[in-house]
Design a protein around this ligand. Structure first.
Ligand code: ZN
Length: 217
């Protein structure tokens, strides 16, 4: 390894991706919501956690598309997917290789396409502008119950990209969240729609374990 290679590795070490939100926070959010309580600190904690995660997701997807962002100054560095190619930031001089940059993204559930990007952008705009805790709760609920889509219909649940855990765990977890008479109006219907989408995907994948019975408590 030459000295320059070492510098390149150091550059990649500055790249940070926001973590997925822990299940317990989401669980707490739905438990309080089911009691008709809006805990604004908790809503903001979860909401901003998801916001940071969406930002990371979109930045990573953009990097995959050939436009890597400098972790120091956010300047976009175009690249041609050659792993050995040097990414050099014109803004601040930060550098790494595309291979090292890519390595920071892999296995972190940071890839997807439209319309997931659109759903995340809508969430980010909406959450930034939302004033009431109820509005924020609905935005969070809609985001974590959205899906990746293919021509055939819904595929992976977006929750896998946003909430810590493997797909089966996250699906099971969302399916069992607390709801009650006092829950925010509309969120129970959202879960039913989500179950139908999960079932459509599970049907196509031939994955019986993933299927959720609908219209039940
Ligand atoms: Zn820079």
């Amino acid at each position: 390894m030459t000295e320059n290679d070492n510098e390149a590795v150091d550059g990649a070490a500055e790249i940070r991706w926001a973590s997925r939100v822990p299940k317990r926070k989401i669980q707490q959010l739905y438990e309080t919501d089911a009691k008709g309580i809006y805990d604004e600190d908790l809503i903001d904690d979860v909401g901003f956690g998801l916001l940071a995660r969406c930002e990371s997701f979109i930045t990573a997807v953009e990097a995959h598309r050939g436009r890597a962002a400098c972790p120091r100054c956010k300047t976009v560095i175009p690249h041609n997917w050659q792993k050995a190619a040097r990414l050099l930031c014109e803004g601040c001089g930060w550098e790494t290789t595309w291979g090292a940059y890519l390595e920071t993204i892999r296995h972190k559930q940071l890839s997807g396409a439209e319309p997931v990007i659109a759903a995340m952008e809508e969430y980010m705009r909406g959450f930034g502008a939302a004033r009431s805790p109820r509005e924020k709760m609905i935005l969070i609920d809609r985001l974590i119950h959205s899906h990746h889509w293919a021509d055939e219909g819904p595929t992976r649940p977006v929750a896998v990209n946003l909430i810590a855990g493997r797909m089966g765990d996250v699906v099971e977890f969302l399916d069992r969240l607390s709801y009650g008479e006092a829950s925010t109006p509309g969120i129970r219907e959202m879960r039913e729609e989500w179950r139908r989408n999960i079932n459509a995907a599970a049907e196509r994948w031939g994955d019986e374990r993933l299927k959720r019975p609908t219209s039940r408590e």
